[in-house]
Ligand binder design. Structure first.
Ligand code: URA
Length: 259
């Protein structure tokens, strides 16, 4: 991790990435790298990966579930303190075929007829390939609190299988690799040191994925999912408000003296 890098430089480094087949598809079939957007040192929302709308618009969470997420963010007055990104930056999808296995097609706004793809959750290989990007993004955004949306994002950041049913709304910590030890540090030890990084801990709260909330409302499978989703983000907002005053004008964190 090079601490002098900007978020824009990080995105530029990754926008042509072909470390997994999602990047291959983006390059050879269609799509775009969907970079995170928003404000540093605030609340960072991490989703699973862009869907069709996000791929077309090149922005995270701008489809149906994005509408819900952004509505809650706005309702809680968090628009100017939020950053939104995803675990994987390219769309994960599979060819959409009919009952007989024939490819379905769609017509674009410009009248082009293109093969239809259906969104699917990213595979572990996609997550592994994109995780170093997300880690660097977190380091650069340096949020006061991270809100993971759904099990995939929570599990990717916590490096274990997270059950949203039991763990949503419970604040925890995630560790991400920080800056590499410098050459100066290596000189001080007077022996060659393999570059390693200091881990940085961030407060994190897992919540439901907004797509799940929408689905459970539509099929009546869970009452109260909307309220739970709202409450988890509201409680992340109060944690943010509690710690935000400690970040002074020079962007250095001042000492917390207790409540
Ligand atoms: N779902 C996600 O997880 N991320 C998006 O950007 C959009 C939908």
């Amino acid at each position: 991790m090079d601490v002098r890098k900007s978020i824009g430089e990080l995105h530029a480094e990754w926008e042509n990435c072909v470390l997994c087949d999602l990047g291959e598809r983006r390059n050879t079939v269609e799509g775009s790298f969907v970079a995170g957007e928003g404000v540093t040192r605030g609340i960072m929302f991490v989703g699973e990966g862009p869907g069709r709308t996000e791929e077309e618009e090149g922005r995270p969470f701008c489809g149906k579930s994005g509408e819900l997420l952004r509505e809650v963010i706005e309702k809680l007055g968090l628009t100017n303190v939020s950053y939104i990104t995803n675990v994987v930056a390219c769309r994960s999808c599979a060819p959409d075929v009919d009952d007989k296995g024939n490819q379905n097609y769609r017509t674009t706004k410009t009248g082009q007829r293109l093969p239809k793809y259906k969104d699917q959750p990213p595979l572990q290989a996609h997550i592994n390939a994109c995780l170093p990007r997300l880690h660097e993004e977190i380091y650069l955004v340096d949020p006061i609190i991270i809100v993971t949306l759904g099990a995939i994002a929570a599990s990717a950041l916590q490096q274990r299988t997270v059950s949203i049913t039991t763990e949503a709304g419970k604040e925890t910590h995630v560790e991400i690799p920080g800056a590499l030890h410098t050459y100066k540090f290596q000189r001080r030890t007077k022996r060659p040191v393999a570059p390693t990084s200091n881990a940085v801990r961030y407060l994190c709260v897992p919540t439901l994925h907004p797509a799940y909330v929408l689905r459970s409302i539509a099929d009546h499978s869970e009452t109260g999912s909307m309220q739970r989703f709202y409450n988890h983000i509201k409680s992340a907002a109060s944690t943010f408000e509690r710690y935000a005053p400690l970040v002074n004008r020079n962007n250095a964190v001042s000492v917390y003296k207790g409540d």
